[in-house]
Design a binder for this molecule. Structure first.
Ligand code: F3S
Length: 753
């Protein structure tokens, strides 16, 4: 295992360290003396201190040394701005930045890309110069979606990667632990600090049987999401295993891992197998595949490994599923879907079908989808609904352009969009329906929260496999089951669509397409980073104030949110993505999507100083101006959804002290801690109901200590008062973050000493 094999073809001198990993693992085995799951093997082999680290699943905080960091362009701006303020000359861990989130879908790939380059010039210039300066690999706009680029170029079996995007787990399809984090975590690792993760529990999903017909890899995760719900994977890694894994392509396994983010899982992964070897070979990394074969024993679970929860799925019996609308865990098998449409009065007409995205844009996905489109065209019919295709990478785009699938999609009536996130992240200039008009769309994406794709809260967004998207697009209605129903050909004769067929990997190899990579220059000292002081999109960061050491008295509740409060509600995407690098400007979207428990409305809260109703950011700014810190009261799984740390930076910037909820989504909870906020949880969830938005609260912050609850004294308007016990998950290091005002302040302080 002491051979020198490069992690990637794009860098020199970054070797895969199976030797060190196996040594670490031997140390941990000696201590734990039990069979290990694959997820545990990856994590424990990356421990900073395998001898001394306390290890208990679900309890300990692991200090880890990831192999790589990846950032997308929206989150990279703030991550790099933060890294810059730590004052180091180069990133300490190999890092890449990917331009994929800022390209709006309007008229099709080339024009949309050209327009994006123009509109986002300032941001792309900042990213490209800062990457060159700090030794970061830079993937230019047009290169593709971060998770596909990682899969094609950087993922390798047994690796630990962190990425500033919630769908980073996609790389689990190549047998690694790829974990979505906030920008602040990425900054730690770029700056050579160990990265901290609460030791996850491990949920085993045993796959038996074999996929066939209309059932696709996507259906596995749609089914799992239905079983586990959006909360079910919280604090856990989902580990697939069993004989069924052999019938799934490497990219198909990627799809399954990708969408594991929708059940709140820390990550998902598959054990190393021949399908992964084939993919490595096809992407010019056979040397890595061979090296992985030498280390293969540690690239899967030990015999007898125990899972905290075990789910079994027989792929031979698995039906295609459609999940949604509005939530990715509402899973309906295709055989029951028509009934569900009727019962729930979902709009029957299908307006738009969208395939691609980081979730489902592999060569296999594209060839299968094209086979269905071709079948329809052979009967003289085309897409009835609007249809869009988002290739995941320049390599996939160039390959399907060469092999003909792209042309098929265009003939079929499709619009091929840029190799970027596009409508998946709300970068969609949708024209076919008016805002507020109820309508249905179906995509092969992963996430379908209200308003995510087109900012229309009345849009019913469903997620499914690309195969079903194409079939439904042909029918133009949700009332169609391609397994049982017929369509009419151009002459009115009935026919049934053939089952899709595809190729996992291109027979003639991948066509790399245009060169879209910028390597850091050998002399980086001359590079200057481009940030204009008058920019409304980029702002150099100022450190937050340290804690004053006192209890906080008489705090207003800015808003008591009710029901789902995702990071989309806390820091909306879409048009706001523009201000990702400018904290003050983007703070004008803080919590504007959250529902006020007081009046059931979004972005309408009472300002206790004036008694009048106003927008959430406006009220927060008014409190801040008057020197009054505030708290937010939230419901279950507060902060679920994407990893954006702006959702934590904004409340901190606008003067918030604590977010008090029934429970948190993991990444958001950590992000709040990083920014020096207090994420606190009602010890008794029923206490949420005892709070009314006009109460004032005292937080006995001086009680903050590891494993100890904190008291909140609630003062209702009638002059009475009562105590509520709040819990938290702060460890000693994180308490320092709070005291110093943020994790970054703590790092800067350490660097000085
Ligand atoms: Fe982009 Fe959507 Fe994936 S936003 S990274 S394509 S989930």
């Amino acid at each position: 295992l002491s051979r020198k094999v490069e992690m990637t073809n794009w860098e020199k001198g970054h070797y895969i360290n199976y030797k060190k990993m196996s040594e670490n693992l031997a140390i941990v085995r000696g201590r734990l003396n039990r069979p290990l799951t694959f997820a545990e093997k990856i994590l424990y082999s990356h421990l900073d201190d395998p001898h001394g680290q306390e290890i208990e699943r679900g309890t300990s905080y692991l200090k880890l040394r990831p192999d790589r960091v990846a950032c997308q362009d929206a989150t990279a701006q703030m991550a790099i701005l933060q890294f810059m303020s730590a004052g180091m000359p180069s990133v300490a861990t190999p890092t890449t930045v990917h331009c994929d989130h800022l390209i709006e879908a309007q008229v099709g790939g080339p024009a949309d890309l050209a327009r994006a380059k123009d509109i986002n010039k300032e941001v792309y210039d900042f990213l490209s110069t800062s990457c060159a300066k700090y030794n970061i690999g830079f993937w230019k706009p047009g290169s593709g979606i971060i998770h596909q680029i990682i899969m094609e170029n950087y993922a390798f079996p047994g690796a630990l990667l962190i990425g500033t995007d919630s769908h980073t787990p996609n790389a689990g399809g190549l047998g690694m632990a790829a974990i979505g984090v906030g920008g602040a975590d990425a900054v730690d690792v770029m700056a050579d600090l160990p990265w901290e993760l609460k030791a996850p529990k491990v949920i085993g999903v045993k796959l038996t049987g074999k996929l066939s017909g209309w059932t696709a890899p996507k259906d596995i995760i749609l089914k799992v999401a239905g079983i586990l719900t959006v909360k079910g994977g919280t604090g856990a890694i989902v580990e697939y295993h069993g004989p069924g894994t052999e019938s799934i392509s490497c990219t198909g396994m990627g799809t399954i891992c990708n969408m594991g983010a929708e059940i709140g899982a820390t990550t998902s992964l598959f054990p190393f197998n021949d399908r992964m070897y084939d993919y490595l070979k096809a992407t010019k990394r056979q040397a890595i595949g061979d090296f992985s074969r030498e280390y293969a024993k540690e690239l899967r679970e030990d015999e007898g490994a125990e899972y905290d929860q075990l789910i079994e799925i027989n792929l031979s019996e698995l039906e295609p599923h459609i999940n949604g609308p509005f939530t990715p865990d509402l899973a309906t098998p295709i055989s029951k879907f028509k009934e569900a449409v009727k019962e729930n009065k979902w709009p029957e007409e299908l307006k738009v079908g969208l395939i691609g995205s980081c979730t489902n844009s592999s060569y296999e996905d594209m060839t299968r989808a094209a086979s269905i489109a071709e079948d329809a065209m052979s009967h003289g019919i085309k897409a009835k609904s609007l249809f869009t295709v988002t290739p995941g990478s320049e390599q996939v785009r160039a390959t399907i352009a060469r092999d003909g699938q792209l042309e098929t999609f265009e003939e079929f009536g499709g619009m091929v969009l840029a190799n970027a996130c596009g409508p998946c992240i709300g970068q969609w200039d949708r024209k076919d329906v008016k805002k507020g008009e109820p309508n249905s769309i179906i995509s092969s994406y992963n996430r379908n929260f209200t308003g995510r794709n087109d900012a229309n809260p009345a849009t019913h967004a469903f997620v499914t496999s690309p195969d079903l998207v194409v079939a439904m697009t042909i029918a133009g209605t949700l009332n169609f089951n391609p397994l049982t129903d017929t369509l009419k050909d151009k002459d009115g004769n009935e026919f049934k669509l053939k089952e899709p067929v595809g190729e996992a990997l291109p027979a003639n190899g991948f066509d790399p397409g245009e060169d879209t990579y910028q390597a850091p220059p050998s002399d980086r000292s001359a590079v200057s980073v481009a940030v204009s002081p008058t920019s409304d999109r980029l702002q150099i960061l100022q450190p937050f104030n340290a804690w004053d050491g006192k209890d906080a008295k008489d705090l207003p509740i800015l808003i008591k949110t009710q029901g789902k409060t995702t990071t989309d509600h806390i820091s909306m995407a879409g048009p706001w993505l523009k201000y990702r690098g400018h904290l003050d400007n983007i703070s004008n979207n803080m919590l504007i999507g959250a529902i006020n428990a007081d009046n059931g409305e979004a972005n309408k809260i009472k300002n206790i100083l004036t008694g009048s109703y106003d927008a959430v950011p406006a009220v927060a700014r008014d409190y801040k101006k008057n020197g009054i810190p505030w708290v937010v009261v939230g419901d279950w799984n507060y902060g679920e959804g994407s990893s954006r740390e702006h959702a934590a930076l904004e409340p901190r910037h606008l003067g918030g002290l604590a977010i008090i909820t029934r429970s948190f989504a993991r990444i958001h909870e950590t992000n709040l801690k990083k920014q020096g906020m207090l994420p606190l949880v009602f010890s008794d969830p029923a206490d949420y109901d005892k709070i009314t938005p006009e109460d004032k609260v005292d937080l006995l912050v001086t009680e903050l200590a590891v494993g100890k609850p904190m008291t909140m004294v609630v003062h209702p308007k009638d002059g009475s008062s009562f105590n509520v016990e709040l819990s938290h998950t702060f460890n000693a290091g994180q308490i320092e973050w709070f005291k110093n005002g943020s994790a970054l302040n703590t790092m800067a302080k350490k660097a000085k000493n």
